[in-house]
Ligand binder design. Structure first.
Ligand code: 5GP
Ligand code: ZN
Length: 145
């Protein structure tokens, strides 16, 4: 199958086998491997084989495969490193902190008292929204689908 690829992308090089990684799982659509700079033991990245920078760029087949794999892998990762919980998330676009422009989900094992923060810690200044503003935003999002 012809998938988009980017010669300058480190994750495309991992998909191609040109850069080694500690593979956790692979199939026709996705690859999962250990993060080279883990935030915790077992920190795993799940990527589509195709080079899609963000959610908006990726076809549904890739997105479904990535999410199915994350769903299956997360409890396995937790068991493997005896984690108490995990954070699962994506940096989606440079302004969110995404450094590798090839879509990837992070599975980050968490341990009681590990000093980490919840996903809510990633936000900027929280807005103070009135009810009608909530409604306007919800409608705008629905209209964009
Ligand atoms: P981002 O900030 O783009 O969401 O996260 C990129 C992640 O990729 C980082 O956690 C970083 O440690 C990891 N990473 C970057 N280069 C490599 C690499 O060559 N191999 C592996 N296994 N992980 C990498
Ligand atoms: Zn890539």
């Amino acid at each position: 199958m012809n998938r988009p690829t980017d010669d300058d992308c480190i994750f495309c090089s991992i998909v191609a086998g040109d850069i080694p990684s500690h593979t956790v799982y692979e199939d026709d659509e996705v690859l999962a491997f250990l993060d080279v700079n883990p935030l915790a033991p077992g920190h795993t990245l799940v990527i589509p084989r195709g080079h899609y920078p963000t959610f908006g760029d990726a076809p549904n087949t890739s997105l479904s495969a990535v999410f199915d794999t994350i769903g299956a892998l997360t409890p396995a990762v937790e068991r493997a490193v005896a984690a108490d919980a995990s954070n699962v998330g994506f940096n989606n676009g440079p302004a969110s902190g995404q450094e590798v422009p090839h879509l990837h989900g992070h599975i980050i094992p968490r341990f009681e008292g590990d000093g980490g923060r919840p996903l809510h810690a990633v936000g900027g200044r929280p807005p103070d929204l009135a009810d009608d503003e909530f409604e306007e935003i919800a409608t705008s999002i629905a209209d964009e689908l």
